[in-house]
Ligand binder design. Structure first.
Ligand SMILES: *Cc1c(COP(=O)(O)O)cnc(C)c1O
Length: 496
């Protein structure tokens, strides 16, 4: 199977080339040409397997230049329990009501769903470098607003032929998030604070990527730079697995019969997670409606309702920060598929987005969007109410991202009367967003920093995930903080 650029489909790469390269040189996203089919027999076999085995079976269909032994060793390392994941099922499904189940994707080392992919991507990337005869070591540069940086550090730590350097804004991450990064272990990792906000850190990293002189200098030292964000196919592919796995679990629980359709509701930012579910549907997983849930940054809700994507709007800072996004990069892959792989049409939309901040899709694409998707959003006040209500009604604690999904799922069901089984996706542990959760539960005096972890444990009677609870005993390794202009010195000092 070949991988095509969404902006030029004459470009055809192998899986390992696509993963090693990340982004296509024309700016497009590398995307599989076809989708292998999941038969009922295949799904039936997966039912009896562990999560790691399910991941091998699904990923093998897309990665022809990787052996089953390789994939087995990657998934055994990445999804190991209890060392990496604190639940032996890795991505357990929690039935909440007769019709709704919660897919918990936060049992990994950093308590957010990014682990599901970032525990596998480093292995895929490291092996891809060997397969493509790349003799240099890759250095992953990340500017993070919180979750991605830590998940990438955990995924890449001590992986062969890789180094990782994460820059975070000194004033832009929570105390817990900063401590998670400053205490990072591993021999190939670096962490540095940048004076300023997320934009400063991100602009700094972009400047480093586009610096030709730096590239040449690093090449001389045996390094090249790459990124770990969700445009890499190696981050999307591991995400298909848990949608298929959840379907198997619903079968095993007797909640559905083979072939019966299931709706999935996904709290969405960059559109990578929900796209993975749509791809699983293209493979023949019986996906009913795909419910796309946004917070107050509801550009996708409007897009799905009108066919016009328009990023010219105010940016809201919310308590579900991983969804505070105005340009959802992975939407480009969906447009490529829905246009019948029309690369010129997609390139045109992306050009308009760059020039004017908006584009309107064809009526053909709009019709297909309406068939497969429903879009909705949930504001801040409602998000808090939902956290409290789900706790009161079900004694089940959810984080703000998950609350957004829950609310939009409920809205969809009330509006349409759709009674199919629905899986809503939980992307972060409530302990990762202690203060928002405590405020939502009506706690008056919320404590500062990581003391809030203990407070949420007291209020809820639930233990905090071990990696978060253990933070207070960990040694701080990284204390450096620099101005944006000094970021290059940090890179050069690390890649001596
Ligand atoms: C990244 C993230 C999201 C958004 O996922 P996308 O794939 O970017 O749509 C939602 N919730 C949490 C907690 C995240 O970290």
């Amino acid at each position: 199977m070949k991988y095509l650029s969404t902006r030029d489909k004459t470009l055809r790469l192998s899986a390992s080339q696509a993963i090693a390269q990340g982004l296509s040189r024309d700016g497009g996203l590398l995307t599989p040409e076809t989708f292998p089919k999941l038969t009922p027999d295949f799904l039936g076999e997966l039912r009896g397997k562990s999560y790691a085995q399910r991941a091998v079976a699904v990923m093998k269909l897309f990665l022809e230049d990787f052996s089953e032994e390789e994939l087995t060793s990657f998934t055994q390392a990445g999804y190991a329990s209890p060392t990496k994941f604190d639940d032996p099922q890795v991505a357990p499904l929690h039935p909440l009501t007769d019709q709704a189940s919660c897919l918990e994707l936060w049992h990994g080392p950093t308590s957010a769903f990014k682990d599901m992919a970032l525990q596998i991507l480093p292995h895929l990337l490291s092996a891809s470098l060997v397969k493509t005869n790349e003799d240099k070591t890759v250095c992953i540069l990340v500017a993070t607003s919180g979750d991605t940086g830590k998940a990438a550090l955990e995924g890449f730590k001590d992986v062969d032929r890789t180094k990782i350097l994460v820059f975070y804004p000194k004033d832009g991450v929570s105390d817990v998030q900063a401590l998670q990064m400053k205490t990072q272990q591993g021999n190939n990792v670096g962490v540095c604070a940048v004076h300023g906000n997320f934009d400063d850190a991100q602009t700094g990293v972009k400047t480093l990527f586009s610096d030709e002189k730096l590239r040449a200098d690093l090449a001389g030292r045996g390094y090249f730079l790459s990124s770990a964000n969700s445009i890499n196919w190696g981050r999307i592919l591991p995400q298909l697995v848990y949608y298929i796995s959840a379907y198997c679990d619903l079968l095993n629980l007797g909640r559905i019969q083979m072939g019966e359709q299931v709706n999935y509701c996904v709290p969405t930012g960059n559109f990578g997670n929900i796209l993975a579910c749509w791809y699983a549907g293209q493979m023949g997983l019986p996906v009913g409606k795909l419910i796309c849930a946004s917070n107050s940054n509801n550009v996708l809700t409007d897009f799905l309702a009108t066919g016009t994507y328009d990023k010219n709007r105010p940016f809201h800072t919310t308590m579900s920060p991983s969804m505070d996004i105005l340009v959802s990069s992975n939407l480009e892959r969906l447009l490529f598929a829905l246009s019948g792989q029309n690369d010129k049409e997609v390139a045109g939309y992306m050009e308009q987005l760059k020039e004017t901040g908006r584009y309107t899709v064809s009526s053909a694409i709009r019709a297909r969007l309406a068939e497969d998707f429903y879009g909705g959003f949930c504001d801040e006040a409602k998000t808090s109410q939902v956290i409290a209500k789900v706790w009161q009604d079900h004694h089940y604690l959810i984080d703000p991202h998950t609350a957004v999904a829950y609310q939009v799922m409920e809205e969809y069901r009330q509006k349409t009367g759709d009674t199919r089984q629905t899986v809503f996706v939980s992307t972060a542990s409530p302990f990762k967003f202690c203060d928002s959760v405590l405020h939502s539960l009506g706690v008056g005096q919320v404590q500062e920093g990581i003391a809030a972890l203990d407070q949420l444990t007291q209020v809820s009677g639930r233990p905090a995930p071990a990696p978060l609870a253990g933070l207070k005993d960990k040694a701080v390794r990284f204390t450096e903080s620099v101005d944006k202009e000094q970021m290059m010195d940090v890179v050069l000092a690390m890649l001596k």
